[in-house]
Design a protein around this ligand. Structure first.
Ligand SMILES: [Zn+2]
Length: 299
């Protein structure tokens, strides 16, 4: 079995009843409901739900609708008070320097973070650089250190100071449940950072691609204070569609082929401005981006 640290064993919990787990020769057993969990071929504990689990959501209807007007629609800025210095570090796939500038620094030596939907653990290096003990959980990846379900996170309440979830939310069947679960496993003042697909073709069984307001609604439903919901200025709908329509083409070729459309947009924007029509470039980006980034806090 994967050599989990004593810190990890301390926070592992049964995804059904949330009681703690104890190690067994085969994997782990719940100290509450006595459910037993095995490992995959790589030695990762498999804490996914094997039986249906009921989860009740309470939803308050009739609350005021949120509207885009008045919201910050700008691309994510660099955090001028960034806690972690990533100079000299490469930027892993799906992350940006701007997003990394919002990463928290671990409070202490026992600080843990969760990479929710970690895939092969691409973000381990940058999270450890921020001082965290890294816990990577995925539903499918054979390279993940833990297998589990974002709808029933196998961790005790308030286990993590930081949850990162990159390009995962669109693959979640019941996003409201994931929000509540993420909030539950974060410590007070813990940070939740991630990205979600918007205008990119559905891929790898993605369920829901989120708009700015949809993401705001989700995060607020989870209980989070939202610091930023920001459109990606590099991963646009055009870029995402070109990748889907021109598979196998190098990015530079795709960029060259789509350049006339971007140039036409610039011309239209200038003409509109000359005619005195206000052009909200941030709103335009929000309506045509391929993905949103978010930074939220458990208050
Ligand atoms: Zn249990």
């Amino acid at each position: 079995m994967y050599p989990y640290s004593s810190h990890v064993w301390k926070i592992l919990a049964c995804p059904y009843c949330e009681h703690s787990l104890v190690q067994t020769s085969e994997g782990a057993m719940c100290t509450g409901c006595r459910a037993e969990y095995g490992c995959n071929a790589s030695g990762a504990l498999d804490l996914r739900l094997e039986q249906p689990k009921e989860y009740n959501l309470e939803i308050e209807l009739g609350t005021p609708l949120r509207q885009l007007s008045g919201l910050d629609l700008a691309p994510l800025p660099m955090d001028a008070d960034a806690e972690v210095d990533f100079i000299g570090f490469g930027v892993p796939h799906h992350l940006t320097r701007e997003l990394m500038s919002h990463f928290p620094m671990a409070c202490g030596q026992d600080s843990m973070m969760l990479d929710l939907g970690c895939g092969s653990g691409l973000h381990k290096g940058v999270c450890e650089h921020a001082g965290f003990e890294y816990v990577g959980l995925d539903h499918e990846s054979p390279k993940a250190m833990l297998l589990g379900d974002a709808h029933a996170l196998p961790f005790a309440d308030a286990s993590f100071e930081f949850v990162l979830s990159v390009a995962v939310l669109e693959h979640i069947r019941f996003p409201l449940v994931m929000m509540r679960e993420t909030y539950r496993v974060l410590k007070p003042h813990g940070r939740f950072i991630g990205t979600v697909a918007f205008l990119e073709p559905f891929h790898a069984d993605s369920y829901y691609h989120h708009t700015h307001l949809g993401l705001l609604n989700l995060l607020e439903y989870g209980g989070f204070e939202v610091r930023y919901i920001a459109p990606s200025k590099d991963w646009t709908a055009l870029t995402a569609l070109a990748k889907a329509l021109l598979p196998g083409m190098p990015p530079v070729v795709r960029s060259t082929l789509t350049a006339p459309i971007r140039a036409a947009h610039e011309v239209c924007r200038l003409i509109a401005q000359r005619r005195g029509r206000s052009v909200d470039e941030h709103l335009r980006l929000c309506t045509t981006t391929g993905a949103f980034a978010f930074v939220a806090v458990k208050g």
